[in-house]
Design a protein around this ligand. Sequence first.
Ligand SMILES: [Zn+2]
Length: 692
Amino acid sequence: MPLIKKNHFQVKYLNMGNFKRTLITTALPYANGPIHIGHLAGVYVPADIYARYLRLKNEDVLLIGGSDEHGVPITLKAKNEGVTPQDVVDKFHKIIKESFEKFGISFDVYSRTSAKVHHETASEFFKKLYDGGKFVEKTSEQYYDEENKQFLADRYIIGTCPKCGFEKAYGDQCESCGTSLSPTELINPTSMISGNKPVLKETKHWYLPLDQYEPWLKEWILGEHKEWKPNVYGQCKSWIDSGLQPRAVTRDLKWGVPVPLKEADGKVLYVWFDAPIGYISATKELTDDWEKYWKDPETRLLHFIGKDNIVFHCIIFPSMLKAEGTYNLPDNVPANEFLNLENDKISTSRNWAVWLHEYLEDFPGKEDVLKYVLTANAPETKDNDFTWKDFQNRNNNELVAILGNFVNRALVLTNKYFNGEVPAAGELSNYDKETLLSISAIKAEVDKSLGNFRIREALKYAMDLARLGNKYLADEEPWKVFKTDPERVKTVLNVCLQISANLTIILEPFLPFSMEKLRGFLNFDKMNWEKLGATDLLRPGHKTNKPELLFEKVDDKVIEAQLQKLLDARKANELAEAKAKPAKESIEFDDFGKMDIRSATVLEAEKVAKTKKLLKLKVDTGIDKRTIVSGIAEFYKPEDLIGKQVSILVNLEPKKLRGIMSQGMILCAEDADGKLSIVSPDQKVKNGSEIK
Ligand SMILES: [Zn+2]
């Protein structure tokens, strides 16, 4: 290896093999809600697979994670719930951390940005840039809420988006069109705290002059990192081409890392300045040797993120690191696109999500199934859709029918014919040889795909080994051959068991819980990646254990329950969101007086034949006994209505419905979802009492 100076332009001369170690960071999840499948598919599952793969190759690798606990949404949530911001982040940090552990995301450290080590690290980082004259100080007019005596940064302010006209755009971003905004661009700005119209007031802040880094970023990304994924490279190019502006790195807020300057009382670091420094603090929390992972140019830095974070990890954070001067820059930022759910955008606020902590409760022991489905369907190059039907199909048709079926049959037959002992292979046929040679060929494909962060493709290749085994076993039919040629069966099962042992290596990064189980069945220790391809992993005479099923089928009922859960969440959300219709025009009392509304009691009730909605009722109105047809059959059973007091508009013109003359109308309240609820007197009254 030639000398590597601390010149980032020379990094291009390195290839992966020349790095001595790898530091993998994962986007810090925001601690105002739990983790959902979109987070997992975008960031944590691919990062975990990659880290496990490198560990299996005996490489020095750290997987870094932590909760992002600052920023305005957390303070707003705390205010809404009447608790402190610390209460909010304590609650969600715990939920997030525990669900990651149970799911098997193999973090070397999972930290949090409210930790002392982070406050110190972020403070020092700011101070170093400040002392080095890397910031620009600017006084500008910003929105201020006079009632609450507070500046309104970012999400403290909403208004109409100047680009698309969306009325609930935030001060930092329009979630409808995705444009990033500054609060003064909003039309009709409103304070999220008081609902008042804010005033402009002068305040001083520190800015990172990104415009000064533009020529360098152009060369570093557009020139030196053409190998980055097209979606990442393209977004960087578009940011750089449209011209970079100085970016404020401080805010007038109380919650966050205080700006370490005397003149900055009441100001904190902007959450997007402090959050990526969280990767450094977390590494510090893990090891005293943290500088080796961040500053030695022979360490490779990788950021796993979702596409919404590309600008922060490819442009802003690298500019911060460059300004600081002693840190490595990311070698790659393999960002993913978004995962949708049942053809709709995943949304925390609309509760349209599959939550990890709920999945773990609903599907105990099936962590790997979710990992598998999210990887097989990963949104690597474009947005993708998660559906429960696809989850069921991939589980039943791939994990159960191919992988599970193959290893189970190989082990069951070994138990049946050879008392669980690995039989010795005799002379190999050409088919045997080809099959065994394919293992190394598949390994090469998986290496190539993972090396290019094509993790979905890598899984497909790894599963090809199970497909190969399954096909080989089906072609050779040892259960038939045993009757005539038991010697041949020894060879066939030997080949199958060698493939099974290789599967425990090749699938280990993707399906760690299941491969541990399979190693248990095979009575086989965990092997390094370099062993993959060997055809003598299991010696003749080696005793295997009695196998159980590696995967089990997922029933329709289970899938239907999950779909119902989503529909219920959607309905609850629609109801909560529904607004009352505006009032109708004013009327005179005489107009109201024309309506003759009486209390009445239901005497008889039956469904109108061949209709879904109609009930035929006989009611005692006090004036007479009459028939009324009412569209409430979906909400009331006939037998529950008998004896019930209702309110009836008795002087409504009679009308024929399905051949029945309906004399009047039963009054109902209609809920936002169309559900009807009969309006009854609060206490029993005499039939015919006027309602006015
Ligand atoms: Zn917009």
